[in-house]
Design a protein around this ligand. Structure first.
Ligand code: FAD
Length: 408
């Protein structure tokens, strides 16, 4: 039997494509081939289990890739409102925390459930533990091979993601390799939205401490990107939303990156210096180990003093203006040399992938293989942290569906 559509990958893009196709035309025969024992495994883990499903500020400026314009049409045509309506029909209203959109249940697993229920109700046939190993053209159709099984289809949507989250989430880049062998060109892949490794002498001492910081990524002294928010010191380096947000450049171009943390961004240098001067007068009876107690995390305060060359058993009045200036500089710009990222297994998205010039930006169809589509993360488009990647998965999937539906 020749299916109308075979979707390779039952993740965010694949599941939404299957449901949308059947909603729009119940007579289409649609199959999902999924390598893992269940669909939506990664989707169920998104947003720390809450699924940051979209963002109020979806805009091309929040996306990356060699030709980032490629994603503009899809994001505009199948925008946040379109997706909100699509999910509302499945029983998933959205709520917003600041600009980030979530399912009202705040449960990523419920998004997977509602997609899965809809797919079943609409008659999508899902084959789990079916890992695609090849695609061939056969008599004007596609033959999709999964080990010793094969399936025929008029259209194939490749929604197989890339490496982020690692093999436990089905993300081994196998479909990218299959397409590469068939001649498709790719852009170098690298982890993005990922923790940063740094030299560890300082971060190890601060392990477990969270600060609200301004995080600046610099390369050769030049500012690459600045983000603010909760930053976590880890034994390997730095984590937290602003660190993940600035991480993309590090794994794409290895080089001399450094992170500067402003851990009191609300105070200007001169104001902070003044605050510390007053503090030395008010707390003149203390030893330095308690100088920051009440103002900063105690361990953090002590490490800052040591970084400034102070001895903790000395008394507060030993802090002269020179030392206070040094301490202020450290608080306003704690420097960390970046040594790498924690890799694909810990990253939320893969940058790079299938070069987009081989695909039509309105339909996601291959320019050389009619009826072959690529959607979601496998394409060389990745978004910022904050719901941008799932929005790309939905928008690109709906584009491919619309093309198939028109052709039918
Ligand atoms: C921990 C984590 C948290 C995240 N949180 C968010 C968030 O809150 N908001 C956000 O916008 N983005 C988030 N992301 C990113 C987002 O999950 C991805 O961008 C999105 O899932 C990509 O969708 P996709 O359908 O292209 O790929 P995936 O969702 O990765 O789905 C691909 C599917 O294809 C299957 N597959 C792969 N190869 C084959 C093969 N050869 N044969 C058959 N099946 C195959 C895989 O098993 C998988 O199920 C997060 C990612 C991670 C890892």
């Amino acid at each position: 039997m020749v299916s109308d559509v075979i979707i390779i990958g039952g993740g965010a893009a694949g599941l939404s494509a299957a449901v949308y196709l059947k909603q729009q035309n119940k007579d289409l025969s649609v199959r999902i081939l999924e390598a893992l024992p269940r669909v939506g495994k990664k989707l169920a883990l998104t947003g720390n289990g809450r699924c940051n499903i979209t963002n109020l500020e979806i805009d091309i400026s929040r996306y990356h890739g060699e030709d980032v314009q490629f994603c503009e049409y899809a994001l505009n045509k199948y925008d946040r409102i379109f997706c909100e309506n699509f999910f509302m029909e499945l029983g998933v209203p959205f709520v917003y925390e600041y600009e980030k959109g979530y399912p009202a249940s705040l449960q990523a697993s419920s998004v997977v459930d509602c997609l899965r229920f809809a797919a079943d109700e609409l008659g999508v046939i899902t084959h789990t533990e079916t890992k695609v190993t090849n695609i061939q053209v056969s008599g004007g159709n596609y033959k999709v091979i999964a080990d010793n099984l094969s399936f025929m289809a008029k259209n194939v949507i490749i929604a197989a993601g890339l490496y982020s989250g690692g093999e436990r989430l089905g993300c081994d880049g196998s479909m990218l390799n299959i397409l590469k062998k068939s001649g498709y060109k790719t852009v170098k892949t690298a982890p993005a939205i990922v923790q940063l490794k740094t030299e560890t002498d300082i971060v190890k001492q601060l392990k477990g401490i969270k600060v609200d910081a301004e995080v600046s990524l610099k390369y050769g002294g030049k500012l690459i990107r600045k983000e603010s928010g909760e930053t976590l010191f880890c034994d390997y380096g730095l984590s937290g939303p602003p660190v993940m947000q600035v991480s993309r450049a590090v794994s794409r171009d290895e080089g001399n990156y450094e992170i500067l943390l402003d851990i009191m961004p609300q105070s200007e240098f001169s104001d902070l210096l003044q605050i510390l001067k007053i503090r030395t007068e008010n707390l003149k009876n203390r030893n330095l180990d308690e100088f920051f107690t009440g103002m900063l995390n105690k361990r953090l305060g002590q490490v800052i003093l040591k970084m400034a060359g102070c001895k903790l058993n000395e008394s507060v009045p030993t802090l002269d203006t020179g030392k206070l200036k040094k301490i202020t500089s450290i608080i306003k710009g704690m420097r960390f040399t970046v040594t790498g990222t924690t890799g694909f297994n810990n990253s939320q998205v893969t940058s790079g992938g299938l070069a987009t010039w081989q695909f039509d930006n309105k339909t996601m169809m291959s320019k050389t293989d009619k009826g072959l589509y690529a959607v979601g993360e496998i394409l060389d488009i990745d978004g910022d942290c904050g719901g941008f990647n799932l929005q790309w998965a939905w928008s690109s999937a709906f584009c491919a569906c619309e093309s198939i539906l028109k052709d039918k």
